[in-house]
Design a protein around this ligand. Sequence first.
Ligand SMILES: [Zn+2]
Ligand SMILES: [Zn+2]
Length: 222
Amino acid sequence: MNYLLLFLAVAVGYFVAVFLKQKELRNMEVFLAFSGAFLLSITVFELIPHVFETPSKSIGVYIMLGILLQIFLEFFSKGAEHGHVHLHSEAKHFPWILFVSLSIHAFMEGFPISEENNLLLAIIIHKIPVAIILSFFFITAGYKKSTTLFFLFFFALMTPLGSFIANNYNFVHQYETQITAVVIGIFLHVSTTILFESSKNHKFNLSKMTAVILAVVIAYFI
Ligand SMILES: [Zn+2]
Ligand SMILES: [Zn+2]
């Protein structure tokens, strides 16, 4: 069931994008800000306390590795996992580099999903706007429908796949804390970047700010 929901988040994103017009994409920014704040809050309220149940500096090292990994991935994805796409491929070849970097990110974020935390919800909320923006880019850039669907289909499989492996292979369980710490680093970077970019030039925006505060409060009480 969880696997299906994670897959459907991308599918929903695609269908929203099909019906979306350029100017409506602006409203997405409020939703994106909400998703970033919610992901950050779940990370801070639930994942970080979990990995630090036994405090150690080495866990901090894994978190830093996650942050660095995400920075590295964004050299290739150009920030698609936090909500904007820059591709200048006139040839409309399949964007392998974007695909691989996004897939690594999506695969990793599936690992810490469990019954003990609200990460499933946070990732679904995080994935929908990203999938909308990604799909919208593919559609407006004139990629073939088959290319778009191929890309999104396999991208959508990555998080359920990561989650499946975490649940079914014991060797992963042994490294649960370390893997979760790396994913915490990924989430810290992605979500704070979303928040940073949602207040471009530090200009105050009431609706975005409201969305952010709402997300934090909901994540706390959930
Ligand atoms: Zn960016
Ligand atoms: Zn993500």
